[in-house]
Design a protein around this ligand. Structure first.
Ligand SMILES: [Fe+2]
Length: 245
């Protein structure tokens, strides 16, 4: 009974978004869903919330998550074999969330990149440590014709006390993607306030959930109640562009 009430309360809360372009939903290949049951719980929550397109973005980071096109494709096949009957109007695609390092540069040079769509590539840097070469990697991506989508800029601790750094990165021509989980307070007040400030500045080009597990869904519910999320209603987001593609 309680779960029915919760599920009803979630109904349609993300319909305005329609598409999630950052999610760790593929089973057993990164620190997100560990098995098919975890994947299906995440899918079910998102479907009830009104999401009809999911771009799965498992980590590719050579020292932690040695994913490849093949490992991601196989996990995607495994998941969609199960979901296509249960959720016929749900589209699941796959890409990756790349950690910006030397390995990523070699993939770029070989053009072995899984974009979220077209030339849009989701890229992250260290949450805790300053990586001064991140800016150079973004420039290299742009030079090679890719459009960097910087995952969760509000989460990088080394940037929190350097507001000018956000401008430096943004002005390179990247898209900032913030996490719904940040808006919902999942990581703490600094990440939440930083996300809100970026929204206020009009610097947000994309929204992603970055969900790893279904227990985080309570923060999605918090996020949609946040006035800053509501203020994005008429914003031009990559989510909507990709949804209509
Ligand atoms: Fe992520």
């Amino acid at each position: 009974m309680i779960s029915t009430i919760i599920e009803t309360a979630n109904s349609g809360i993300l319909s305005s978004l329609g598409l999630d372009l950052h999610m760790h939903v593929l089973p057993g290949i990164d620190d997100g869903a560990q098995n098919m049951q975890d994947s299906l719980s995440l899918i079910d929550s998102h479907y009830r919330a009104g999401i009809r397109t999911i771009i799965a973005t498992p980590h590719i980071r050579i020292d932690f998550f040695k994913n490849s096109r093949e490992s991601i494709h196989n996990a995607w096949m495994e998941l969609t074999n199960v979901t296509k009957e249960q959720y016929p109007d749900l589209e699941i695609k796959y890409a990756a969330e790349y950690f910006a390092d030397d390995y990523f540069l070699t993939l770029l040079q070989k053009r072995e990149i899984l974009p979220i769509s077209g030339n849009y590539v989701l890229v992250e840097t260290s949450l805790r440590h300053d990586q001064p070469y991140f800016k150079d990697i973004l420039k290299e991506m742009i030079l090679q014709g890719y459009q960097p989508v910087v995952a969760h800029p509000e989460r990088y601790q080394a940037w929190h006390n350097k507001p000018e750094h956000y401008a430096e990165i943004y002005e390179l021509g990247v898209i900032f993607q913030i996490n719904l989980l940040s808006i919902g307070g999942a990581y703490g007040p600094t990440e939440q306030i930083t996300a809100e400030r970026l929204i206020q500045q009009g610097w947000i080009g994309a929204l992603g959930s970055d969900l790893h597990r279904v227990s985080q869904y309570k923060y999605i519910k918090e996020a949609v109640e946040n006035p800053y999320f509501k203020s994005l209603k008429d914003a031009k987001l990559l989510n909507h562009t990709l949804q209509s593609d």
